[in-house]
Design a protein around this ligand. Structure first.
Ligand code: EPU
Length: 340
């Protein structure tokens, strides 16, 4: 295990921004993780856990601590019955490779989350989701190093505090748990309609009437390729903003002015409004602000075209947030985490 020093974070985050990390280390087993973590904590070094860097924004000043890259491997069937297969996946595995393996095994549950960049261990942190599925729907439990009690723990799904793009791992327990593996229970049944609108539209267009895990993966791959820039080629972090959650009274007001607005009922007196649509209404879609382009195929995505640093990104972000606030009186939120 080698500790590297002064590593430019822009090389490890898909937004391609950020100054140096004082230290960086890769860990490949839970034991290595514990040793590195405890050693750094004993020295009072700030610690940040990094997966694929596809949902993290680094700052110009870098990070005056240690960045731990979790590379723990593993893909193991831990239970199997007539209807389901339960699989334990190492936190360091590529999320999409794991999805592909489950699709090849004809298992259902995460196929619509194909092509999401990043690692399996990062997926629960923001409760990744796409095209009608989110990881909270299939995650049974996960194992993590609890830095408070200095022990490995198993957290069941209910303990993870999953909500839309949220969990305890980025909320009130931020920094406490380091996920080492996740356990997902997947179904042996074929994917069943109704499908997310964009998926169904794709199936209709190609006259696809038999739905398998493969056809869903192929459809999602085609839709994502069309709408989302590939982070390995074009610097971005996927959706840069969360969709907006508004109280229903505010929704009623908005709908008087914008009767055609797309809305998803969240069921608890709140509704989700697509932030991509809100941004589009401000006229910023396709525009470049401080070197950051509001993606012309999906206004939720910011592309780093020529930002000179984090300050440019922050200025662009704040202008977009301000424009949406001025027009709709809705405060939209950044989705990727800040490396700090
Ligand atoms: N829309 C617009 N203008 C835009 C973008 C979207 O009007 O510029 C409208 C669309 O017409 C559609 C609605 O917004 O009616 C939803 O759009 P879409 O299905 O493309 O999804 P999204 O809300 O932009 C979310 C996730 C994506 C996920 C897709 C598909 C968040 C923050 N983003 O995006 O996740 O792939 O749904 O399920 O929830 C990510 O988190 O990085 C990500 C890409």
């Amino acid at each position: 295990m080698e500790v590297h020093t002064n590593i430019p974070l822009k090389n490890f985050t898909t937004m391609k921004l950020g100054g140096p990390a004082k230290f960086m280390v890769e860990v490949r087993t839970p034991e290595e993780l514990q040793a590195v973590y405890d050693n750094a904590a004993a020295k009072n070094l700030p610690i940040f856990i990094l997966g694929g860097g596809s949902n993290v924004i680094a700052r110009d000043e870098g990070f005056a601590g240690i960045v731990i890259r979790v590379r723990i491997p593993g893909f193991e069937i831990v239970a199997d019955d007539i209807n389901t297969t339960t699989i334990k996946i190492g936190a360091g595995e590529s999320w999409d490779s794991a999805v592909k393996r489950t699709v090849d095994m004809h298992l259902s549950g995460i196929e619509a989350m194909s092509m999401i960049p990043g690692t399996a261990g990062a997926a629960p942190v923001q409760n990744v989701g796409a095209y009608g599925q989110e990881i909270a729907d299939t995650l049974v439990s996960l194992e993590a190093y609890d830095s408070q009690t200095k022990s490995f723990v198993v957290l069941q799904n209910e303990a993870c505090g999953f909500a839309y793009r949220d969990s305890i791992f980025r909320g009130d327990q931020k920094g406490r748990y380091i996920i080492t593996n996740i356990t997902l229970k997947l179904s042996k049944s074929l994917p069943q309609p109704p499908f997310y609108d964009a998926l169904q539209a794709y199936f209709d267009k190609l006259n696809i009437k038999i739905f398998t895990q493969e056809t869903v993966r192929d459809a999602v791959t085609a839709i994502r390729t069309e709408k989302l820039p590939d982070p390995t080629i074009t610097p971005n972090t996927g959706s840069f903003f969360k969709n907006a959650i508004v109280e229903n009274w505010q929704l009623t007001e908005l709908q008087q002015t914008y009767p055609d607005m797309k809305v998803f009922d969240m069921g608890n007196g709140t509704s989700k409004i697509p932030t991509g649509w809100l941004i589009e209404q401000t006229g910023l879609k396709g525009q470049v602000l401080h070197g950051m382009r509001v993606h012309d195929k999906n206004a939720l995505v910011l592309i780093n075209e020529s930002a000179t640093g984090y300050a440019d990104l922050a200025a662009a972000r704040d202008e977009i947030i301000g424009a949406v606030r001025d027009k709709f009186r809705i405060q939209i939120e950044q989705e990727p985490l800040e490396l700090s």
